[in-house]
Ligand binder design. Sequence first.
Ligand SMILES: Cc1cc2nc3c(=O)[nH]c(=O)nc-3n(C[C@H](O)[C@H](O)[C@H](O)COP(=O)(O)OP(=O)(O)OC[C@H]3O[C@@H](n4cnc5c(N)ncnc54)[C@H](O)[C@@H]3O)c2cc1C
Length: 402
Amino acid sequence: MSADNPILIVGGGLGGLAAALALGRSGRRVRVLEEAPQFGAIGYGIQLGPNVFPMFERLGVSAPVLRASDLPPALVMLDALDGEEIARIPTGDSFRHRFKHPYIVIHRIDLHHVLLDACKTLANIELEASVSAVEIEDGGDQVRVRTKDGRSIAGAAVIGADGLGSCVRSMLLNEGPPRLIGYVAHRTIVPMERVPAGVLRDEVVLWGGPGYHIVHYPLRHGSVFNIVAVFRTSTCAEKGDVQGHREELERTYRDAHPAMKALLGLMDLERRWAISDRDPIRHWHKGRTVLLGDAAHPTLQSLAQGACMAIEDGVCLAEQIHAAREDFQAAFRQYESARVVRTARVQLDSRTLWEFYHAAGIARDVRRLTVADWTEEHMFNCLGWLYDGFPMGQTRRSEDSV
Ligand SMILES: Cc1cc2nc3c(=O)[nH]c(=O)nc-3n(C[C@H](O)[C@H](O)[C@H](O)COP(=O)(O)OP(=O)(O)OC[C@H]3O[C@@H](n4cnc5c(N)ncnc54)[C@H](O)[C@@H]3O)c2cc1C
């Protein structure tokens, strides 16, 4: 089995493309199989913490990512009922000094294109759209991906980067669908001119309320504004229509601050996402198949780290594969040991933070009291485990370890 035998990556999201680029740069042949007719079709904003920049540096894409990004001056949490500021994490000079890299917001399509463009410069990366994986067959010395259109694609290993509803994961683990938590999200991007007066435009803002929140921030150098409205509803698993969604929003946010209501008036309510996650697990591989990103450890959005974790996974996995040469078992074990606890902490802390965002009644008073004496230094220290990044793990070549 030679390095010419491609590694098959199922899913061309941010995690899959990061893995493809890192493997491609190490000289490995890669085939990325993406079921959508186009790579990178979902177009909303995304926040990325400073921990993702060492990955961008390894991938050689920091400069184009930064060119397409906005750098907010702060992350601000506001109370959804009275509009009072609950917490403010400055992301200017002191943040960059502490974490060595910036906090950015970027249009997801722009980030996708940076990764795609870099992949396209490498002849050893094949990007194939409209290919839906339905089954994985592990023959011991090679693996095959069966596709919806009846093809069988052979490779040295399979990376399941196919997101929350991962088909690759369902081949490895006997379990049900992800855990619906009873919340939904609506996402919208509007021209900056339409943003109501009195709304903070430059910062990443989270309005936290009883059973609902709104997040907003600028994109594309302040020309557009990204808004995400998230709330609890008994209809989270149902398919509704715009009128029904509008009525539900009006009911849910009836006590919200007027600025939030003005923002809700701008929302496109055609599409909604049901929010879900899974419990952390210790093992993401079997034989020649391994998972990354949301397929391995789907998380709630409270820390805004799902994509960051997928990109960290992709780079780490590629480096381990490169170091272990054809010993995929050794590579996958090293990758898991570098990644499992960190991503599990993101999953579990995101659940805790979710409750904090949605505090109601007396819990809301406790929230205010809890943060009252938080200093910048304290907040930076609390975020250190996440934003300082992680050790890539041992990268001894497999023959060194026997
Ligand atoms: C409302 C919301 C806001 C978020 N905000 C942030 C944020 O600010 N910051 C952050 O870091 N994260 C954020 N996230 C999380 C982030 O979007 C995900 O964690 C991240 O996209 C995971 O990347 P991935 O590559 O693992 O999976 P995905 O991005 O889901 O990519 C999976 C890819 O696999 C493809 N695919 C699926 N099945 C198959 C198949 N059978 N065959 C072939 N291809 C297949 C899909 O079409 C898709 O392209 C947010 C999520 C939501 C819902």
